[in-house]
Design a protein around this ligand. Sequence first.
Ligand code: DQA
Length: 139
Amino acid sequence: MKLLFINGVNLNMTGMREKGVYGSQTLDEINAEIAAHFKDDICEFFQSNIEGEICEQIHNAANEGFDGIVLNAGAYTHYSIAIRDAIAAVKTPVVEVHMSNVHAREEFRHTSVLSVVCKGVILGFGKNSYILAGESFKL
Ligand code: DQA
């Protein structure tokens, strides 16, 4: 399987910001664990704080033969119609993930404009949310 893990805005600060919510491991450390878990698969990792770059990665994934995209769009989840439309524009299935249980947090995090165009949503399992989402493409 060829899997693309996309992290959006502020996820580069993982391990440094709000450690009680997102843990103390950096995104590079988490990605290394994901790559080790999927050692028999091809994994690529992309992070950007820029909405348009995330859209372009989603567009390109379709041409690069990815079987699935695991997407933690960060706060863009809650309002980015551009990312929503990018997901809707491609055939590559996307699973939305969140490390935290957004439904147990502030009300503005309860809304996702992405879920409706995603294959599914996994949230609340910390770094394992990414692994569970990646595994879902194999079912
Ligand atoms: C997050 C949840 C979002 O509400 C937040 O803006 C993030 C991270 C998560 O992984 O739990 O940046 O997507």
